[in-house]
Design a binder for this molecule. Structure first.
Ligand SMILES: Cc1ncc(COP(=O)(O)O)c(C=O)c1O
Length: 432
């Protein structure tokens, strides 16, 4: 294949998914070959795409920044290892995610732990693991953290998650920094919480945390939130003494085929001078930005159907494999893996699950497709596999990681026996 045959894939957001001779490739592997070998539905990830995005964030925020990949975006152990090789730590929101970092054999000293409702065992496990700090966003956690610190004989590092009441301009379900959201501590209340932390000998306030939501495309909310945090910190000496970090959260948006991704360098340029004047090291928690464009969901056309004036393309991937379209009305670019020539058609791409909300894309312009053809749902590396379920007793897809000219399975497809393994041979009767 000559370089002249290589072309960008519209909507891909990364050159690591591109066209050669009109067909979709991931790095140096034809996607159709992966589908033939591993079957579909199939998640395909590009290691190089992930590494490129990590390098971009590192270049933007500089060597002193703590990059903490948001594990929830895609918690596959092999991807966590790639992230670690790229020089990042982790942002976890549960004891399970912390266990994933440990199961991947990775260090936990670069982990930050957020969440509105941490359980005591989760706090204990994270203190034992020696994480970088906790992002505390509910007051009831403070005595729990202090007790675990006292038992361990060491002060527990805490960043207070503030709710700055900033509109991130994103979908309501992924907006987290407005006062009506459950996240963070509202600024009018936060002063008292800082004082409570200062009074507790087993707690150490190391900074503030803000996470405004997901899929942000503009610098402005990040700058507005920092301005509010600075105002808050300047309200009393106790609110700024001894602080070392500012965790500006994640939420770095990607294009999904429309407009541009967030300009991370612009975010860094807006925030870093303010942070360095205070001596606060930046902490960033990108998830989607690192893995979103690095992944595609490959699916096979099962058939076509015309009904009520709509042309449906029935495919073997469904909302249980990729929930985002059903949950957030998210629009992922969908492209044929090996396009046929002929007149385009306007179709709804739908899965086999028994829900009207089971669609991957609506009113999409696609070339002619027949039973057996392959489609790629692009930008599916984040909140795809990690939100997948077994609804309709469907096995979650296998996941493969492409590195250059080869691929390896990083999660095999489940067996049906695994789907109901926790429901058989229980031998448990409880009579209260
Ligand atoms: C606290 C926190 N940090 C980071 C993220 C990652 O967001 P994104 O994947 O949009 O970067 C989330 C996502 O919900 C989050 O809740």
């Amino acid at each position: 294949m000559t370089p002249a045959d290589r072309a960008p894939c519209p909507g891909a957001g990364t050159e690591d998914f591109h066209l050669r001779g009109g067909e979709l490739w991931c790095e140096d592997v034809p996607v159709a070959r992966l589908a033939a070998h591993y079957g579909t539905p199939l998640y395909v990830y590009s290691e190089r795409a992930l590494g490129t995005r990590l390098a971009m964030v590192r270049a933007a925020f500089g060597p002193a920044a703590h990059l903490c990949y948001a594990v929830k975006a895609n918690s596959n152990l092999s991807l966590l290892q790639c992230v670690h090789r790229g020089g990042a730590g982790f942002d976890v929101v549960s004891g399970g995610e912390l266990q994933r970092v440990q199961a991947a054999g990775l260090p936990t000293d670069g982990v930050v732990f957020a969440g509105v409702g941490k359980e005591p065992w989760e706090i204990e496990a994270a203190v034992r693991a020696g994480i970088l700090f906790f992002n505390v966003e509910s007051e009831h956690e403070l005595p729990l953290l202090a007790a675990v610190g006292a038992a361990a004989g060491r002060r527990v590092r805490v960043a207070l998650r503030l709710n700055p009441d900033v509109d991130a301009g994103t979908h309501a379900y992924i907006s987290t920094g407005k006062k009506e959201n459950k996240f963070g501590i509202a600024l009018p209340r936060a002063g008292a919480v800082v004082e409570a932390i200062a009074r507790e000998r087993w707690l150490q306030l190391v900074g503030y945390h803000v996470h405004l939501g997901s899929q942000l495309r503009s610098v402005d909310p990040y700058a507005a939130a920092l301005a509010k945090v600075i105002d808050f910190a300047d309200g009393a000496a106790v609110r700024r003494e001894g602080l070392t970090h500012y965790d500006l959260g994640g939420g770095f948006g990607i294009a999904y085929g429309q407009g541009a991704a967030l300009d991370t360098a612009a975010v860094a340029q807006a925030l870093l001078p303010v942070l360095s004047a205070r001596g606060w090291a930046p902490v960033v928690e990108p998830g989607r930005y690192l893995v979103g464009d690095a992944g595609a969901l490959i699916t096979t056309v099962l058939g076509e159907k015309r009904q009520g004036g709509t042309d449906f393309l029935l495919v073997d991937a469904a909302m249980n494999d990729l929930l985002r379209p059903a949950l957030y009305q998210a629009e992922h670019p969908i492209v044929p893996v090996v396009p046929r020539s002929g007149a385009g058609q306007l179709v709804d791409v739908v899965g086999p699950v028994c829900e009207t909300g089971d669609f991957l894309g609506k009113r999409r312009e696609l070339p002619p497709c027949r039973r057996g053809d392959l489609l790629a749902v692009l930008g599916a590396g984040a909140y795809g596999a990690s939100m997948a379920s077994n609804y309709n007793s469907r096995r979650r897809p296998a996941e493969v990681l492409v590195t250059g000219g080869s691929a390896r399975v990083v999660r095999r497809r489940e067996t049906y026996a695994e789907l109901f393994a926790a429901e058989v041979d229980l031998h448990d009767t409880f009579v209260p």
